[in-house]
Design a protein around this ligand. Structure first.
Ligand code: MG
Length: 352
Protein backbone atom coordinates (compact mmCIF):
# COMPACT_ATOMS: atom_id res chain seq x y z
CA UNK A 1 0.00 0.00 0.00
CA UNK A 2 1.15 3.54 -0.69
CA UNK A 3 0.12 6.73 1.06
CA UNK A 4 0.54 10.10 -0.60
CA UNK A 5 0.14 13.30 1.39
CA UNK A 6 -1.56 16.23 -0.32
CA UNK A 7 -0.86 19.72 1.00
CA UNK A 8 -3.56 22.06 -0.24
CA UNK A 9 -6.03 24.25 1.70
CA UNK A 10 -6.64 20.99 3.53
CA UNK A 11 -3.99 18.35 4.17
CA UNK A 12 -5.06 14.81 3.47
CA UNK A 13 -3.82 11.38 2.56
CA UNK A 14 -4.45 9.39 -0.60
CA UNK A 15 -4.37 5.67 0.31
CA UNK A 16 -3.60 3.45 -2.69
CA UNK A 17 -3.68 -0.32 -2.43
CA UNK A 18 -5.54 -3.59 -2.75
CA UNK A 19 -8.18 -3.77 -0.03
CA UNK A 20 -8.03 -0.15 1.21
CA UNK A 21 -11.83 -0.04 0.82
CA UNK A 22 -11.90 -1.76 4.21
CA UNK A 23 -10.15 1.22 5.83
CA UNK A 24 -12.88 3.76 5.03
CA UNK A 25 -15.02 2.91 8.08
CA UNK A 26 -12.25 3.39 10.62
CA UNK A 27 -11.17 6.66 9.00
CA UNK A 28 -14.69 8.13 9.13
CA UNK A 29 -15.08 6.95 12.75
CA UNK A 30 -11.98 8.98 13.57
CA UNK A 31 -13.50 12.29 12.44
CA UNK A 32 -14.43 14.61 15.34
CA UNK A 33 -18.05 14.22 16.58
CA UNK A 34 -19.15 12.20 13.54
CA UNK A 35 -22.36 10.20 13.96
CA UNK A 36 -23.67 9.65 10.44
CA UNK A 37 -21.95 8.61 7.21
CA UNK A 38 -23.79 9.19 3.94
CA UNK A 39 -22.75 6.91 1.10
CA UNK A 40 -23.37 8.62 -2.26
CA UNK A 41 -23.10 6.35 -5.28
CA UNK A 42 -24.60 5.49 -8.68
CA UNK A 43 -26.83 2.54 -9.52
CA UNK A 44 -23.96 0.45 -10.95
CA UNK A 45 -21.46 0.88 -8.11
CA UNK A 46 -24.32 0.53 -5.64
CA UNK A 47 -24.70 -3.12 -6.63
CA UNK A 48 -20.95 -3.77 -6.40
CA UNK A 49 -19.44 -2.11 -3.33
CA UNK A 50 -21.96 0.00 -1.40
CA UNK A 51 -23.09 -2.80 0.95
CA UNK A 52 -19.50 -3.58 1.88
CA UNK A 53 -18.65 0.07 2.65
CA UNK A 54 -21.89 0.64 4.54
CA UNK A 55 -21.43 -2.51 6.64
CA UNK A 56 -17.95 -1.37 7.61
CA UNK A 57 -19.27 2.04 8.60
CA UNK A 58 -22.01 0.42 10.71
CA UNK A 59 -19.50 -1.91 12.31
CA UNK A 60 -17.74 1.26 13.50
CA UNK A 61 -20.94 2.28 15.29
CA UNK A 62 -21.99 4.92 12.75
CA UNK A 63 -25.50 5.57 11.46
CA UNK A 64 -25.47 5.16 7.68
CA UNK A 65 -27.57 6.60 4.88
CA UNK A 66 -27.36 5.90 1.18
CA UNK A 67 -28.15 8.15 -1.77
CA UNK A 68 -28.18 6.40 -5.16
CA UNK A 69 -28.68 8.08 -8.54
CA UNK A 70 -28.61 6.80 -12.15
CA UNK A 71 -25.07 6.39 -13.52
CA UNK A 72 -23.65 8.71 -16.15
CA UNK A 73 -22.94 12.34 -16.92
CA UNK A 74 -26.68 13.01 -17.47
CA UNK A 75 -27.10 12.83 -13.67
CA UNK A 76 -24.52 15.54 -12.96
CA UNK A 77 -27.16 18.23 -12.76
CA UNK A 78 -28.49 20.86 -10.37
CA UNK A 79 -31.55 18.65 -10.07
CA UNK A 80 -29.64 15.62 -8.68
CA UNK A 81 -27.53 18.00 -6.60
CA UNK A 82 -30.69 19.58 -5.14
CA UNK A 83 -32.19 16.18 -4.41
CA UNK A 84 -29.02 15.16 -2.56
CA UNK A 85 -29.02 18.34 -0.45
CA UNK A 86 -32.72 17.83 0.44
CA UNK A 87 -31.96 14.20 1.33
CA UNK A 88 -29.20 15.33 3.71
CA UNK A 89 -31.48 17.89 5.36
CA UNK A 90 -34.50 15.54 5.65
CA UNK A 91 -32.29 12.98 7.36
CA UNK A 92 -30.89 15.57 9.77
CA UNK A 93 -27.30 15.19 8.67
CA UNK A 94 -25.24 17.66 10.70
CA UNK A 95 -22.09 19.70 10.08
CA UNK A 96 -19.96 17.12 11.86
CA UNK A 97 -21.17 14.19 9.75
CA UNK A 98 -19.45 12.80 6.66
CA UNK A 99 -20.24 12.14 3.00
CA UNK A 100 -18.58 9.16 1.34
CA UNK A 101 -18.38 9.50 -2.47
CA UNK A 102 -18.24 5.93 -3.80
CA UNK A 103 -17.85 5.74 -7.59
CA UNK A 104 -16.32 7.41 -10.61
CA UNK A 105 -15.88 11.05 -11.55
CA UNK A 106 -19.57 11.93 -11.72
CA UNK A 107 -20.19 10.64 -8.19
CA UNK A 108 -17.10 12.40 -6.81
CA UNK A 109 -17.86 15.72 -8.48
CA UNK A 110 -21.51 15.75 -7.41
CA UNK A 111 -21.04 14.44 -3.86
CA UNK A 112 -18.03 16.71 -3.35
CA UNK A 113 -19.98 19.79 -4.40
CA UNK A 114 -22.81 18.81 -2.04
CA UNK A 115 -20.26 18.36 0.77
CA UNK A 116 -18.84 21.80 -0.01
CA UNK A 117 -22.15 23.62 0.33
CA UNK A 118 -24.33 21.57 2.69
CA UNK A 119 -24.37 23.61 5.90
CA UNK A 120 -21.38 25.46 4.41
CA UNK A 121 -19.22 22.36 4.35
CA UNK A 122 -19.18 18.85 5.79
CA UNK A 123 -16.44 16.25 5.80
CA UNK A 124 -16.14 14.12 2.70
CA UNK A 125 -14.16 11.10 1.65
CA UNK A 126 -13.48 10.09 -1.94
CA UNK A 127 -13.57 6.39 -2.76
CA UNK A 128 -12.90 6.29 -6.52
CA UNK A 129 -13.86 3.09 -8.33
CA UNK A 130 -12.72 3.96 -11.87
CA UNK A 131 -9.14 4.42 -13.04
CA UNK A 132 -10.01 7.91 -14.28
CA UNK A 133 -11.29 8.93 -10.85
CA UNK A 134 -8.29 7.33 -9.08
CA UNK A 135 -5.69 9.20 -11.14
CA UNK A 136 -7.54 12.44 -11.79
CA UNK A 137 -10.87 13.60 -10.42
CA UNK A 138 -10.69 12.28 -6.84
CA UNK A 139 -7.55 14.28 -6.01
CA UNK A 140 -7.26 18.05 -6.09
CA UNK A 141 -10.59 19.29 -4.83
CA UNK A 142 -12.46 20.22 -8.01
CA UNK A 143 -16.17 19.57 -7.54
CA UNK A 144 -18.99 20.59 -9.85
CA UNK A 145 -22.21 19.92 -11.69
CA UNK A 146 -23.03 20.67 -15.32
CA UNK A 147 -25.30 23.49 -16.47
CA UNK A 148 -27.28 23.62 -19.71
CA UNK A 149 -24.56 25.88 -21.15
CA UNK A 150 -21.72 23.44 -20.50
CA UNK A 151 -19.94 20.95 -18.30
CA UNK A 152 -18.69 21.76 -14.78
CA UNK A 153 -19.95 25.35 -14.88
CA UNK A 154 -21.15 25.40 -11.24
CA UNK A 155 -18.91 24.06 -8.51
CA UNK A 156 -16.36 24.70 -5.79
CA UNK A 157 -12.80 23.95 -4.86
CA UNK A 158 -13.30 21.67 -1.88
CA UNK A 159 -10.62 19.22 -0.87
CA UNK A 160 -11.64 15.82 0.50
CA UNK A 161 -10.60 14.70 3.99
CA UNK A 162 -9.11 11.51 2.55
CA UNK A 163 -9.03 9.46 -0.65
CA UNK A 164 -9.11 5.67 -0.74
CA UNK A 165 -8.08 4.14 -4.10
CA UNK A 166 -8.71 0.42 -3.89
CA UNK A 167 -7.47 -0.81 -7.25
CA UNK A 168 -9.18 -4.16 -6.73
CA UNK A 169 -12.39 -2.29 -7.56
CA UNK A 170 -10.91 -1.55 -11.00
CA UNK A 171 -11.00 -5.26 -11.84
CA UNK A 172 -14.75 -4.98 -12.46
CA UNK A 173 -14.32 -2.18 -15.02
CA UNK A 174 -15.22 -2.88 -18.65
CA UNK A 175 -12.13 -2.57 -20.91
CA UNK A 176 -13.31 0.66 -22.49
CA UNK A 177 -13.75 2.34 -19.08
CA UNK A 178 -10.26 1.20 -18.07
CA UNK A 179 -8.89 2.56 -21.36
CA UNK A 180 -10.58 5.87 -20.64
CA UNK A 181 -8.50 6.18 -17.48
CA UNK A 182 -5.36 5.14 -19.37
CA UNK A 183 -5.68 8.22 -21.58
CA UNK A 184 -5.21 10.41 -18.48
CA UNK A 185 -2.43 8.12 -17.19
CA UNK A 186 -0.55 8.46 -20.49
CA UNK A 187 -1.16 12.23 -20.31
CA UNK A 188 0.84 12.39 -17.05
CA UNK A 189 3.76 10.63 -18.70
CA UNK A 190 3.64 12.64 -21.92
CA UNK A 191 3.23 16.01 -20.22
CA UNK A 192 5.33 15.65 -17.06
CA UNK A 193 7.50 12.58 -16.75
CA UNK A 194 9.50 10.92 -19.53
CA UNK A 195 10.65 8.10 -17.25
CA UNK A 196 7.02 7.28 -16.43
CA UNK A 197 6.15 7.39 -20.14
CA UNK A 198 8.87 4.83 -20.85
CA UNK A 199 7.64 2.73 -17.92
CA UNK A 200 4.16 2.69 -19.48
CA UNK A 201 5.66 1.62 -22.81
CA UNK A 202 7.49 -1.26 -21.12
CA UNK A 203 4.75 -2.49 -18.75
CA UNK A 204 1.10 -3.46 -18.92
CA UNK A 205 -0.62 -1.03 -16.55
CA UNK A 206 -3.05 -3.77 -15.45
CA UNK A 207 -0.12 -5.53 -13.75
CA UNK A 208 1.32 -2.41 -12.12
CA UNK A 209 -1.77 -0.52 -10.97
CA UNK A 210 -0.47 0.55 -7.58
CA UNK A 211 2.68 2.11 -9.07
CA UNK A 212 0.76 3.67 -11.96
CA UNK A 213 -1.87 5.30 -9.73
CA UNK A 214 0.72 6.43 -7.19
CA UNK A 215 2.85 8.12 -9.86
CA UNK A 216 -0.14 9.96 -11.35
CA UNK A 217 -1.40 11.08 -7.94
CA UNK A 218 2.08 12.31 -6.98
CA UNK A 219 2.36 14.40 -10.15
CA UNK A 220 -1.11 15.86 -9.63
CA UNK A 221 -0.42 16.47 -5.92
CA UNK A 222 2.70 18.48 -6.76
CA UNK A 223 0.80 20.64 -9.24
CA UNK A 224 -2.18 21.21 -6.95
CA UNK A 225 0.22 22.25 -4.18
CA UNK A 226 1.51 25.04 -6.46
CA UNK A 227 -1.81 26.14 -7.94
CA UNK A 228 -4.85 24.80 -6.12
CA UNK A 229 -7.38 27.13 -7.76
CA UNK A 230 -6.20 26.66 -11.34
CA UNK A 231 -4.85 30.11 -12.20
CA UNK A 232 -1.55 28.93 -13.68
CA UNK A 233 0.44 25.68 -13.77
CA UNK A 234 -2.61 23.51 -12.99
CA UNK A 235 -3.59 24.28 -16.58
CA UNK A 236 -0.82 21.89 -17.68
CA UNK A 237 -3.08 19.04 -16.56
CA UNK A 238 -5.29 20.00 -19.51
CA UNK A 239 -2.81 18.62 -22.05
CA UNK A 240 -4.99 17.23 -24.86
CA UNK A 241 -8.15 18.66 -23.33
CA UNK A 242 -8.76 21.76 -25.49
CA UNK A 243 -9.17 19.72 -28.67
CA UNK A 244 -10.42 16.75 -26.64
CA UNK A 245 -13.37 18.75 -25.33
CA UNK A 246 -14.00 19.89 -28.90
CA UNK A 247 -14.11 16.27 -30.08
CA UNK A 248 -16.52 15.42 -27.24
CA UNK A 249 -18.74 18.35 -28.16
CA UNK A 250 -18.67 17.60 -31.93
CA UNK A 251 -19.74 14.02 -31.20
CA UNK A 252 -22.63 15.13 -29.00
CA UNK A 253 -20.69 13.47 -26.13
CA UNK A 254 -20.89 10.02 -27.74
CA UNK A 255 -17.06 9.93 -27.72
CA UNK A 256 -15.90 9.31 -24.12
CA UNK A 257 -13.70 11.79 -22.25
CA UNK A 258 -10.67 9.49 -22.33
CA UNK A 259 -10.99 8.73 -26.03
CA UNK A 260 -11.41 12.44 -26.74
CA UNK A 261 -8.35 13.36 -24.67
CA UNK A 262 -6.34 10.67 -26.49
CA UNK A 263 -7.30 12.21 -29.84
CA UNK A 264 -6.69 15.71 -28.47
CA UNK A 265 -3.15 14.92 -27.29
CA UNK A 266 -2.12 13.47 -30.65
CA UNK A 267 -3.79 16.20 -32.73
CA UNK A 268 -2.36 19.00 -30.63
CA UNK A 269 1.15 17.51 -30.51
CA UNK A 270 1.24 17.11 -34.28
CA UNK A 271 -0.28 20.53 -34.87
CA UNK A 272 2.09 22.28 -32.46
CA UNK A 273 5.08 20.71 -34.22
CA UNK A 274 3.86 21.46 -37.74
CA UNK A 275 2.92 25.03 -36.78
CA UNK A 276 6.34 25.63 -35.23
CA UNK A 277 5.20 26.04 -31.60
CA UNK A 278 7.63 23.28 -30.60
CA UNK A 279 10.77 21.68 -32.04
CA UNK A 280 9.72 18.16 -31.02
CA UNK A 281 7.23 15.91 -32.79
CA UNK A 282 5.84 13.90 -29.88
CA UNK A 283 2.71 12.70 -31.69
CA UNK A 284 4.06 9.34 -32.98
CA UNK A 285 5.25 8.12 -29.55
CA UNK A 286 2.06 9.28 -27.81
CA UNK A 287 -0.17 7.73 -30.49
CA UNK A 288 1.67 4.39 -30.35
CA UNK A 289 1.27 4.12 -26.57
CA UNK A 290 -2.41 5.14 -26.67
CA UNK A 291 -3.06 2.51 -29.35
CA UNK A 292 -1.72 -0.29 -27.13
CA UNK A 293 -4.75 0.40 -24.87
CA UNK A 294 -7.16 0.50 -27.79
CA UNK A 295 -7.56 4.27 -27.62
CA UNK A 296 -8.32 6.26 -30.78
CA UNK A 297 -5.83 8.80 -32.11
CA UNK A 298 -7.68 10.27 -35.08
CA UNK A 299 -10.98 12.06 -35.50
CA UNK A 300 -13.34 12.47 -38.46
CA UNK A 301 -14.15 16.07 -37.45
CA UNK A 302 -12.68 18.90 -39.53
CA UNK A 303 -10.30 21.51 -38.10
CA UNK A 304 -13.06 24.10 -38.68
CA UNK A 305 -15.63 22.13 -36.66
CA UNK A 306 -13.15 21.43 -33.85
CA UNK A 307 -12.01 25.05 -33.60
CA UNK A 308 -15.55 26.34 -33.54
CA UNK A 309 -16.29 24.12 -30.50
CA UNK A 310 -12.94 24.89 -28.85
CA UNK A 311 -13.47 28.63 -29.18
CA UNK A 312 -17.06 28.53 -27.93
CA UNK A 313 -15.99 26.76 -24.71
CA UNK A 314 -17.84 28.61 -21.94
CA UNK A 315 -14.81 28.56 -19.67
CA UNK A 316 -12.51 30.24 -22.17
CA UNK A 317 -11.58 33.81 -21.40
CA UNK A 318 -10.74 36.73 -23.66
CA UNK A 319 -9.06 36.83 -27.03
CA UNK A 320 -6.39 34.22 -26.37
CA UNK A 321 -6.58 30.49 -25.94
CA UNK A 322 -3.95 28.73 -23.85
CA UNK A 323 -2.66 25.53 -25.40
CA UNK A 324 -0.62 22.94 -23.53
CA UNK A 325 2.28 22.18 -25.86
CA UNK A 326 4.91 19.45 -25.45
CA UNK A 327 8.41 20.98 -25.63
CA UNK A 328 9.60 17.39 -25.66
CA UNK A 329 8.17 14.11 -24.45
CA UNK A 330 7.67 14.43 -20.68
CA UNK A 331 7.68 18.22 -20.58
CA UNK A 332 4.79 20.50 -21.50
CA UNK A 333 4.47 24.27 -21.35
CA UNK A 334 1.53 26.66 -21.42
CA UNK A 335 1.39 28.45 -24.74
CA UNK A 336 -1.14 31.27 -25.10
CA UNK A 337 -2.05 31.93 -28.74
CA UNK A 338 -4.47 34.44 -30.26
CA UNK A 339 -7.87 32.80 -30.73
CA UNK A 340 -7.88 33.63 -34.42
CA UNK A 341 -4.65 31.64 -34.88
CA UNK A 342 -6.07 28.38 -33.54
CA UNK A 343 -7.59 27.32 -36.85
CA UNK A 344 -4.34 27.65 -38.78
CA UNK A 345 -2.51 25.64 -36.08
CA UNK A 346 -5.04 22.80 -36.13
CA UNK A 347 -5.09 22.86 -39.94
CA UNK A 348 -1.31 22.51 -39.96
CA UNK A 349 -1.68 19.36 -37.83
CA UNK A 350 -4.36 17.97 -40.11
CA UNK A 351 -2.12 18.58 -43.13
CA UNK A 352 -4.62 20.95 -44.73
MG1 MG B 1 -9.66 14.98 -17.98
Amino acid sequence: MQQIEVRASRRYTVHIGAGVLAKVGAFVRGLPRVETAVVVTDDIVNGLYADRVENDLRAQGLRTLRFVFPNGEASKTLSTFGALLEFLAENRVTRSDCIVALGGGVVGDLAGFAAAVYQRGVAFVQVPTTLLACVDSSVGGKTAVDLAAGKNLAGAFYQPHAVFCDYETLQTLPDRIFADGMAEVIKYGAAFDLEFFRFLEANDAHDRLEDVIARCVTIKRDIVAQDETDRGVRGLLNFGHTLGHAVEACSGFSVSHGSAVAIGMVLLSRAAYKAGLTQADCAPDIAALLQTYGLPTETPYSPEALCEKALSDKKRSGKTITLVVPQKLGRCVLCPVPAERLLSIVQAGAGV
